[in-house]
Design a protein around this ligand. Structure first.
Ligand SMILES: [Zn+2]
Ligand SMILES: [Zn+2]
Length: 400
């Protein structure tokens, strides 16, 4: 039987697991209930299972009996977001302030489904599959923690390839896959700025040093920096998402602070941001006789798909589902992913999977992270099949 048909046969189980995880979302690096559900789903399968020390990860190793071929890694993230769900779904979150609004519940269930399908084919596997169940994708760099705890050495030999899947509640029609060679997602960094002025009476600003006007100048200067210092074909995005200063209309405060996100798609532009942003902030402050601190914190690197692995994933999608179900994306996405830490060390590919429910227009449906985001269960069997097919076919191709 084809893997895709086998996935369809266990769709009920995968959906049940997904709904159970969805109902009880957990945030961050410590997801004990989600971890327990994963361990229960893997129970009885011929896997070597280990769990994390500093985070509630699950690493499962499946050693094929058909030979000592290479190692392939499949990754699914498990964490939810601090969002109160407003979908009204029968399996909606029962925990206020926590929701699987990014669809990681689907990834976890699909990866467990793939572990089941591949376990049934253990006799024909020439090589090893590592299943990486990862907490803390949403801002906690859980992938980096799992690498530090040895997920890339879990099978003994290091993986020759790694694949990650991500569902999207909009843009792609349900069941459509999208990937590309090179940059797939942006690097995401945080800029924290504090402008130190000298407070005083708002009627006599010349006797004070107003940090607000200077901070405002910085906000607009950052947008000018984007257009004047960066190649339009190697773009960056800077958005100031938080700006705080002062208490009332007639007082000049001592300081102003703001936070910005900086997105980039190459090492060169990321390094340039890290150098140019603090310099610009400092120079503007000095120009007005004030001082400022700008901290440029590197968070997630660019998610870079290996060209050969992205092509392999595209061929696999076309062969398993039909050419019309796969897209080579023209542009990267401006979101970020900590699977980037894995892809810095192992060639691989990150693939998006449309999960927009029927009756919603993919172009206008609420996006991932929205309290109204809905991901269709129909994507589950297809994602499970792709995980399993990528591992099976990559092992057949061997270490090359
Ligand atoms: Zn997300
Ligand atoms: Zn996500």
């Amino acid at each position: 039987m084809r893997v895709r048909d086998e996935a369809a046969q266990i769709a009920g189980q995968i959906t049940e697991l997904r709904h159970a995880i969805h109902r009880e979302p957990e945030i961050g690096l410590d997801l004990p209930k989600t971890q327990a559900k994963v361990l229960a789903a893997l129970d009885g399968l011929p896997l070597e299972i280990s769990t994390g020390q500093g985070l509630s990860s699950v690493t499962a190793v499946l050693r094929g009996s058909a030979g000592s071929g290479p190692v392939v890694l499949l990754r699914g993230d498990m964490d939810a977001l601090p969002v109160t769900e407003e979908t009204g779904l029968p399996y909606a979150s029962v925990i206020p302030g926590a929701m699987h609004a990014c669809g990681h519940d689907l990834h976890t269930a699909m990866l467990a489904g793939a572990a089941r399908l591949l376990s049934a084919r253990q006799a024909e596997l020439d090589g090893t599959v590592v299943f990486m169940f990862q907490p803390g994708e949403e801002g906690y760099a859980g992938a980096r923690s799992m690498i530090e705890e040895g997920v890339l050495e879990a099978a003994g030999a290091r993986p020759v390839a790694a694949y990650g899947l991500h569902v999207t509640s909009q843009r792609l029609p349900c069941g459509t896959f999208s990937t590309r060679a090179g940059a797939m997602l942006a690097a995401a960094d945080q800029i924290t700025v504090t402008v130190h002025g000298r407070g005083g009476h708002a009627s006599t600003p010349h006797r004070a040093a107003d940090p607000i006007v200077v901070a405002c100048e910085m906000v607009t200067a950052l947008q000018t920096l984007v257009t004047r210092k960066f190649d339009v074909f190697d773009p960056v995005v800077i958005t100031v998402g938080s700006f705080h200063a002062g208490t009332t209309d007639n007082v000049i405060p001592d300081q102003a602070t703001f936070l910005a996100t900086a997105r980039s798609f190459s090492h060169g532009s990321r390094d340039a941001l890290a150098e140019l942003v603090p310099r610009l902030i400092g120079d503007i402050a000095r120009g007005h006789g004030l001082t400022a601190e700008a901290v440029y914190a590197r968070e997630y690197p660019v998610t870079v798909n290996d060209a050969a692995e992205a092509a392999f994933a595209g061929e696999t999608i076309a062969d398993v589902f039909g050419a019309e179900r796969g897209e080579q994306a023209e542009f990267p996405l401006t979101g970020a992913e900590d699977f980037s830490f894995v892809l810095e060390q192992v060639p691989g590919a990150f693939v998006m999977l449309g999960a927009c429910p029927p009756g919603r227009d993919p172009l206008t449906a609420p996006t991932n992270h929205s309290a109204h985001a809905v991901f269709d269960d129909a994507a589950l069997a297809e994602g499970t099949a792709l995980y399993a097919e990528l591992a099976l076919r990559r092992l057949i191709r061997g270490a090359a």
